[in-house]
Ligand binder design. Structure first.
Ligand SMILES: *Cc1c(COP(=O)(O)O)cnc(C)c1O
Length: 383
């Protein structure tokens, strides 16, 4: 079986984990700040906060930006549900901005039109969460310009995108955003088993997220309401969670980070092979922006014909040939929970068309040349 994605674990990764197991700290020890500093420095960002998942990072990122009841948050319908759920965790209202049909990412045109309408109706979003689908950055400079005009904050859901670049800057540098979030789930670019990180250039936001990841508890005298009762003393000054990453995970993440450039380079090479093989066929890969270096978390192709029955058969036939492709994603507003909130079929036409045409082919650093050739041959013959 050839899956669509897979982690890549080396002996050094295993040794790094064993070393932590034999140390004094299993959680919130020295590996956490070491991992945070390493990722922040890799991404050219001032602060990084390690947490238990990207889902947790998105939640506390929203809270740090004071998202709450009565606020509106926008994201894209073509994403994992977590990008939208974070707003609902905060009792905010969620809405979506349709995608660009060729690249799959948030359409700047759709965002502009929706902002103009929202301004007239007094329904402007407090936060917009662009998602770097498949590892390609959204047009952050354009989104930033709109955020200045319409006064919203920006959280990049960069779960797919560590190792990628936008206008020659690492994704995660937060040049055009308030916070950027990575996922270290095994299927992503690099892994800490479960894990996530929030990056920001704003020290205050970083402090707030540090507090929220661990119950809202502080041991910092400067933040307390009264003098410390003694060396045991701490205060809970906000309502936080247990969203901590363990040292075991951070050690794995640190070890994986050393290979992230190599991983992304290999993913780009494999993607190029696919691109070449599918020229002059009835499928088109996601359109790439020349200003971006994609981390290529996914290799998404779109069938030319919009025919959900053929799309389904194609995916089933690939599975029968032991090629496990996947559809990224079912539009979030199709989910029953979101339909209950009032979203309907037809709300985001580009996303809905995309859903009937897109699939992700196998792409991971360990995919061999002969496996890739097998995938290419099967895809071509099934077309
Ligand atoms: C994987 C993913 C998440 C959630 O990541 P976890 O670390 O599993 O919580 C959020 N957003 C997107 C776009 C993802 O792909």
């Amino acid at each position: 079986m050839i899956p669509y994605g897979k982690q890549n674990i080396s002996q050094e990764d295993i040794n790094a984990v064993i070393e932590v197991l034999q140390s004094d700290w299993l959680t919130q020890g020295p590996k956490i700040p070491a991992f945070e500093q390493a990722v922040a420095s890799y991404c050219n960002s001032n602060n990084a906060v390690a947490v238990s998942s990207a889902t947790a990072a998105l939640h506390i990122a929203c809270l740090a930006l004071n998202v709450g009841k009565g606020d509106i948050v926008w994201t894209t319908p073509i994403t994992f549900v977590a990008s939208a759920n974070c707003a609902l965790y905060c009792q905010a209202t969620i809405d979506f901005v349709d995608i660009d049909k060729d690249s799959g990412i948030m359409s700047i045109e759709a965002l502009t039109v929706k902002l103009e309408e929202a301004a007239l109706n007094n329904r402007l979003p407090k936060v917009v969460i662009p998602v770097h689908l498949a590892g390609q950055s959204c047009d952050m400079q354009a989104i930033k310009a709109l955020s200045v005009q319409y006064k919203f904050r920006i959280i990049e859901d960069a779960s797919h995108a560590i190792g990628g670049q936008y206008k020659n800057n690492p994704i995660g540098s937060c040049q055009f955003s308030d916070i950027a979030v990575f996922s270290f789930h095994p299927v992503k670019i690099m892994t800490s088993a479960e894990g996530g990180m929030a990056l920001t250039n704003d020290a205050e936001l970083a402090e707030k997220m540090q507090l929220l990841r661990s119950h809202g508890i502080t041991s910092d005298q400067n933040k307390m309401t009264e003098h410390s009762h003694g060396p045991w003393y701490y205060q809970q000054i906000d309502l936080g969670f247990n969203y901590r990453m363990t040292d075991i995970q951070a050690a794995l993440g640190l070890s994986q980070l050393e290979k992230v450039d190599e991983f992304v380079k290999k993913r780009n090479q494999l993607a190029q092979q696919y691109d070449l093989a599918f020229e002059q066929t009835n499928i088109t890969p996601l359109k790439q922006n020349s200003q971006c270096y994609s981390a290529y978390h996914l290799y998404v192709i779109q069938l030319h014909e919009q025919n959900s029955a053929k799309h389904k058969t194609f995916i089933e036939q690939l599975r029968a040939n032991k090629i496990f492709t996947q559809v990224h994603y079912i539009p979030v507003h199709f989910q029953p929970y979101y339909q209950e909130l009032g979203f309907k079929l037809g709300d985001f036409p580009a996303a809905e068309t995309y859903y009937q045409r897109a699939l992700s082919l196998p792409l991971y650093p360990g995919l061999t040349e002969s496996e890739q050739q097998y995938v290419i041959d099967k895809v071509k013959s099934l077309l």
